[in-house]
Design a protein around this ligand. Structure first.
Ligand code: ZN
Length: 346
């Protein structure tokens, strides 16, 4: 969820400035997860920045979490290199000892056992100069303050972000986000329409189809720059994975499934359904025309060995055949030494 380093989590951030700080935000978060969501306190862990004695103190005296369940982690820092930044404090779900390394002294971010689902970001500095990297200790923060690179904010802020998919799968007793009710029907859609789906492809298609549907409903259309290009890449990547698992349904049928799933909370999806499906169909048809040529070209290049796909090849695939760069990268890593794709359906 952190914007530096760790994988992204789809999150809803809400910001407030000045009214209260971590002494109130942390107990409120605890109350929501334990009383509101009914999560058993023993399955929860908290992490704080090594410099943040105040947060550690609040967790261990103002909530019912056990002190040994609060750990200090140097990566608990949020910032974009300039502007508001500061330590953060994360809440993690214990998936159980059997879900991870099995060691009794396991802690968040050690292995797959714990899942972070909430981050209380606590911007209390304004970064005005370069640091040698995100501060991982109290000393590095103090050095930044002494250098003038970090200036304490007059009004510290709270920026809390919780992963909707993560809290969904945890509360629904599932083991990952793709089993939650906000994604599972789309994974199911892929399985219904492919005789040989792979886990990777069904997850990518499910995730991308949902994102594509909401983007287009919000007025984004496929183009070659900015957000339109992000959308184009999402559609093309989903289409390519669909091709690799011989998906018999159109991506736009997945968009219709998405509309059915979310129309109650997002009525605009239903209003714009026709535009959404037409936009997806037009883009996938356009991509299909260049894909044949592109795949031929890719396989020719890759037949020299997967590592032989050079930057220049990747650029040509992108420029001439509309292959997004990360698609070439993905294809390259899924290609055997003979240049054949190692995915099903090929
Ligand atoms: Zn572990």
């Amino acid at each position: 969820m952190k914007r530096s380093g760790k994988p992204n989590v789809t999150s809803r951030f809400s910001r407030c400035t000045g009214d209260y700080f971590k002494e109130t935000a942390i107990p409120l978060a605890w109350e929501l997860v334990t009383k509101g969501f009914g999560m058993p306190p023993d399955r929860l862990r908290a992490t704080v920045h090594p410099s943040d004695d105040a947060a550690f103190e609040i967790w261990t005296t103002k909530t019912a979490i056990r002190a040994e369940h609060v750990t200090r982690d140097g990566t608990n820092w949020w910032g974009l290199g300039r502007g508001p930044c500061g330590p953060d404090s994360e809440i993690w779900w214990d998936r159980g000892r059997e879900a991870g390394c099995g060691q009794p002294d396991c802690y968040p971010d050690h292995c797959a056992r714990f899942t972070e689902f909430w981050n209380l970001v606590l911007p209390q500095y304004d970064q005005r100069g370069d640091l040698s990297g995100p501060p991982t200790t109290a000393e590095s923060i103090n050095r930044g303050i002494a250098d003038g690179a970090l200036v304490p904010l007059a009004k510290p802020a709270i920026d809390t972000g919780m992963g909707l998919e993560r809290i969904s799968f945890i509360l629904q007793g599932k083991s990952n986000v793709f089993e939650s009710d906000v994604l599972a029907p789309l994974v199911e859609f892929v399985r219904e329409h492919s005789k040989k789906p792979t886990t990777l492809s069904e997850r990518i298609i499910a995730d991308h189809v949902r994102a594509i549907t909401f983007c287009i409903a919000d007025g984004v259309v496929p183009t070659n720059e900015g957000r339109g290009y992000v959308l184009r890449r999402l559609i093309r990547r989903a289409a390519l994975h669909g091709r690799n698992i011989a998906l018999s349904a159109r991506l736009s049928a997945g968009a219709q499934r998405t509309v059915a799933m979310f129309r109650e909370h997002y009525p605009e999806l239903k209003d714009r359904e026709r535009f959404i499906t037409q936009t997806i169909d037009t883009e996938t048809e356009r991509f299909a025309r260049t894909l044949e040529q592109g795949m031929e070209q890719f396989e020719k290049v890759a037949s020299r060995g997967a590592s032989a796909v050079s930057g220049a090849d990747a650029f040509r695939l992108h420029d001439t055949f509309g292959f997004p760069l990360e698609l070439t990268r993905e294809l390259r890593s899924a290609t055997d030494p003979g240049g054949r794709l190692l995915t099903a359906g090929r």
